[in-house]
Design a protein around this ligand. Structure first.
Ligand code: ASP
Length: 344
C-alpha cells in the first residue's frame, strides 16, 4: 500500500531486546528511547529501494528485556498492531507491512502469538531482533533490521514471519536455537499449509483484542515428575497448560494420583495440551499405554506444535472465548500453518 505521494508505508514497532540495549554496568538493559537511530536505519534501508518509505513508530508502554514478558505482553503487541492498522486492513491496509523489533529470548513466542491473534489480517508482519546491540562492530542488528525491513515491504502476502540472520521463517514454526550464533533461529518442522477455514474464527480473534490475557504456561516431563508438580502447574496456569511430553506423547503420569489431578483439571475446564519435546515427529497419544492414559484423563494431543506455537495457540483461542469441545476441536486443526492436522 502506498501513500498519496506514492511512498510505501511501514509500521515499525520497537519493543526492546538486545537490538537496542546498552551496558548498564551490571549487564545489558533495554533502552526506551533510541534517539534518532531508528529513523537513521529507516532512511538507510529506504535508500536501497526505488520508492520513499513513510514510517510510523509504535511502542508498547514497557520496553523490556523480552525475558521478562508476561502472559499479556505478546498479545498487547499484537493488539497495538491491530489498532494501528485499523479496520482498513481488510479493505486494504494503510501500511504495506509491519516490522517488529523484539528481544530474541521470547521472539518466537511473540511472533507465534501474533500469528494467531492477527490471523484475520491481510498485512504482512515481520518480527526480528539481534544478538548484539546496534553499533557493535561486526554485529547483526543493522543487518537483521535491513533484511526484515525489505521482507516487510516485499508484498509477500499476509501472515507473520520471523526474519533473523539469513533465515525467513513462518512464525508458528520458528524456535530459538542458539544463545550465541547470529543464525539463532530455525524451523525444524515444515510449514503445514492450512486447508480449513473455520467459520467465525476471524471475528472471534478480532473481537478478543484488548481482553484479559489467559494464564497459560508449560510443564516439561522429566523422569520422576511428581503429580504434585502438575497440580501446582495447573494452579499457576489455571486457564490452560501445555504439557511437553517425550516422544509420541508420553510422560510419567499414568498412575492414579496423576490421573486424578488431570481429571480434576478437565472437570474445572482447564485444557491440557500435549506436545513433544522432539524436534521431529508428532504426538500420537494412543501409541503407548502411558500416552493413552493421558488421553483418557482428558489431555488433548497437540500434533507437532512447537512449544511456542502451542502456548500461543491455546492462549489466542482461549482469549477468543473458545472452551470445551469446540476448543479441543480447534486445537486439533491446522489454523495458520502451525501443525500437521491430527490424524495425518
Ligand atoms: N535477553 C534479550 C531479550 O530477549 C536477548 C536478546 O534480545 O537477544 O530481550
Amino acid at each position: 500500500m502506498t501513500g498519496a505521494d506514492g511512498a510505501e508505508r511501514l509500521l515499525l514497532v520497537y519493543c526492546g531486546g538486545t537490538f537496542g540495549m546498552r551496558d548498564s554496568g551490571r549487564g545489558l538493559v533495554a533502552q526506551r528511547d533510541l534517539g534518532g537511530v531508528l529513523g537513521e536505519l529507516v532512511r538507510e534501508c529506504s535508500a536501497q529501494r526505488s520508492r520513499d518509505v513513510d514510517w510510523e513508530l509504535a511502542q508498547p508502554p514497557e520496553i523490556i528485556d523480552s525475558a521478562e514478558a508476561g502472559h499479556g505482553t505478546a498479545l498487547s503487541i499484537a493488539d497495538l498492531i491491530r489498532e494501528r492498522l485499523g479496520s482498513a486492513d481488510r479493505a486494504g491496509s494503510p501500511f504495506a507491512g509491519v516490522l517488529v523489533v523484539h528481544g530474541t529470548d521470547t521472539l518466537a513466542h511473540a511472533a507465534a502469538q501474533a500469528a494467531f491473534a492477527l490471523a484475520d489480517l491481510r498485512t504482512p508482519v515481520v518480527y526480528t531482533g539481534a544478538m548484539h546491540p546496534l553499533g557493535t562492530p561486526g554485529g547483526d542488528a543493522e543487518r537483521n533490521f535491513a533484511r526484515a525491513f525489505a521482507a516487510a515491504l516485499a508484498g509477500g502476502g499476509p501472515g507473520v514471519r520471523l526474519v533473523f540472520g539469513s533465515a525467513d521463517l513462518p512464525a508458528v514454526r520458528a524456535v530459538k536455537r542458539s544463545s550465541e550464533a547470529d543464525e539463532a533461529f530455525a524451523a525444524t518442522r515444515p510449514l503445514a499449509e492450512p486447508t480449513t477455514s473455520v467459520p467465525g474464527l476471524a471475528a472471534a480473534l478480532a473481537g478478543a483484542a484488548g481482553a484479559i490475557p489467559p494464564r497459560v504456561g508449560m510443564l516439561t516431563a522429566v523422569p520422576g515428575l511428581p503429580p504434585a508438580l502438575v497440580e501446582a502447574a495447573l494452579l499457576a496456569f489455571p486457564d490452560g497448560l501445555v504439557l511437553e511430553c517425550y516422544g509420541a506423547g508420553t510422560a510419567p503420569l499414568s498412575g492414579r494420583d496423576a490421573r486424578e489431578v488431570l481429571l480434576g483439571a478437565r472437570d474445572r475446564g482447564t485444557p491440557v495440551l500435549a506436545i513433544t519435546r522432539c524436534a521431529h515427529g508428532a504426538v500420537e497419544l494412543q501409541r503407548y499405554a502411558v500416552g493413552a492414559a493421558l488421553a483418557e484423563a482428558g489431555v488433548i494431543g497437540g500434533s507437532d506444535l512447537t512449544a511456542e506455537a502451542a502456548i500461543a495457540k491455546l492462549r489466542a483461542l482461549l482469549r477468543a472465548g473458545y472452551t470445551g469441545e469446540r476448543l479441543a476441536l480447534l486445537l486439533r486443526l491446522n489454523l495458520v500453518g502451525e501443525q500437521r492436522p491430527l490424524g495425518e
